[in-house]
Design a protein around this ligand. Structure first.
Ligand SMILES: NC(=O)c1ccc[n+]([C@@H]2O[C@H](COP(=O)([O-])OP(=O)(O)OC[C@H]3O[C@@H](n4cnc5c(N)ncnc54)[C@H](O)[C@@H]3O)[C@@H](O)[C@H]2O)c1
Length: 264
């Protein structure tokens, strides 16, 4: 009889994780490697990608996901180097802080964030879908969204970008399901990505400011049902679920991994 453990075994699978040099991307890269996948870690910062790859016996490359041509080359180079592309995790993302009045958001700020969080996800999905369809053996695309796709608090630029990623995920799931390519969004809640001291529940929070956006986030974190920040490896565990046979009939979902944030 097949063991349930076989369902999370990613041996023989090749994964590419963008923005895998640190934070959640590093946690996801590590978890996928622990499940047996060969992992290509990419990051705009090659040194950090290489450090993650060295720790997990994976491979590394430099990639700015906002660069369309570089994305096409990087995903094809993953196939050249590791033999296939079975799993893509679109993790690279920019975050520009809490709230802030809309009139202070410049065109440059808007475009800089959307070029990574939205354009970058689109470029990577397009390149991966092309490769996976040609391979003819299905695949998994995991887009890192955020609880901010459902609950505002970080401002129109970031929150809007993650809502866009969530609907792009559903649209692609519908389109790619006949090819056996499952496309899902993983939505982290507050996840502590600063190394060093364990975070207090309200770490990184601005003082109550009267700004309804920032205060919404601060209030939710102070009442987070789990009582602590998430760890990048907790996002990694959820990513292994979405990358593995465990989720064979799961596509088009938005999976919060948030310590209960969205129950509040
Ligand atoms: N940490 C959280 O609480 C949290 C919550 C919800 C969603 N997220 C999402 O999770 C993802 C990872 O966030 P994180 O907190 O680990 O951030 P992080 O800043 O710790 O790490 C992001 C990584 O992406 C890389 N990167 C930045 N721009 C890039 C680009 N243009 N091309 C390629 N790589 C690039 C960085 O070098 C870095 O290694 C993001 O999409 C973020 O929006 C994070």
């Amino acid at each position: 009889m097949t063991s349930a453990a076989d369902w999370i075994d990613l041996s023989g699978k090749v994964a590419h994780v963008t923005g895998g040099g640190k934070g959640i991307g590093k946690g996801i890269s590590t978890a996928l490697a622990m499940a047996g996948a060969k992992v290509m870690v990419s990051d705009i910062n090659l040194q950090s990608a290489q450090e993650t790859a060295d720790e997990i016996e994976g491979s590394a490359m430099a990639l700015d996901v906002a660069d369309r041509d570089a994305v096409d080359a990087a995903l094809n180079n993953t196939v050249s180097a590791l033999g296939a592309l079975d799993i893509l995790v679109n993790n690279a993302g920019l975050y520009i802080g809490y709230g802030g009045p809309v009139e202070g958001i410049t065109d440059e700020m808007w475009k800089a964030l959307w070029s990574v969080n939205v354009d970058g996800v689109f470029y990577c999905c397009r390149a991966a879908a092309t490769i996976m369809k040609a391979q003819g053996k299905g695949g998994r695309i995991i887009n890192i969204a955020s609880t901010q796709a459902m609950t505002p608090g970080v401002g129109v630029t970031y929150d809007g970008s993650k809502a866009a990623v969530t609907m792009m995920t559903k649209a692609l799931a519908l389109e790619l399901a006949p090819h056996g390519i499952n496309v899902n969004a993983l939505a982290p809640g507050p996840t502590w990505v600063n190394h060093g001291e364990p975070p207090p529940i309200d770490a990184q929070m601005p003082a109550r400011s009267g700004d309804p956006l920032a205060d919404t986030v601060a209030d939710r974190i102070s009442r987070l049902p789990a009582g602590h920040w998430g760890d990048p490896m907790e996002q990694g565990k959820a990513a292994v679920f979405l990358a593995s046979e465990m989720s064979s009939f799961v596509t088009g979902i938005y999976l919060p991994c948030d310590g209960g944030w969205l129950t509040l």
